[in-house]
Design a protein around this ligand. Sequence first.
Ligand code: M7G
Length: 186
Amino acid sequence: VKHPLQNTWSLWFFKNEKGNQWKDNLRLVTSFSTVEDFWAIYNHIQLSSKLPTGCDYMLFKQGIEPMWEDVQNREGGRWLLTTDKKKRAQDLDRVWLETLLCLIGESFDDASEDICGACVQIRQKADKVAIWTTNAHNKDRVMAIGRKFQARIKLAPESLFYQKHTDTANSASKQGSNKSKYEYII
Ligand code: M7G
């Protein structure tokens, strides 16, 4: 008999095909709701560190699309971890797996309700791992999630920032402005 998870989770994949709209490059891979199905999928897909530049994996609760526009994300934000390229080989896959286990294991106590999902993004300059939460104003839950996340991934404290999706979207649309605004820092 399989061991049920508290939530059903959907795995998404993003591949940067130039000329397409961002949403057209996003694919729902599969959904799962047991521990055994999680490992079957995890063991079947490519490790993050082996993906080409520009690709993302996203793991979101079923029913929440991995985009700012989803009603569950609109008021939310993300704890963002930017990983040192030099340490990628040793850190990225470990950090992403730990992130996945935090999510499916509901590791954030009551604050687990605020979890929407998580992403890993392979980029030229620095890879990113982020946990998305549903409401940037739920400060207690946001902080509880951030602290737990930091403790679980065991990385340097200065590297974790929380950013509202509205601020991420704004700074993305303003050309030349790469100033990032952060709500919370651990
Ligand atoms: P990114 O892939 O999150 O980071 O965003 P990157 O700059 O390191 O590659 C790149 C671009 O993808 C953004 O500037 C947006 O144009 C688009 N994009 C990313 N996200 C997460 C969304 C989203 O949730 N909704 C929409 N409409 N576009 C997005």
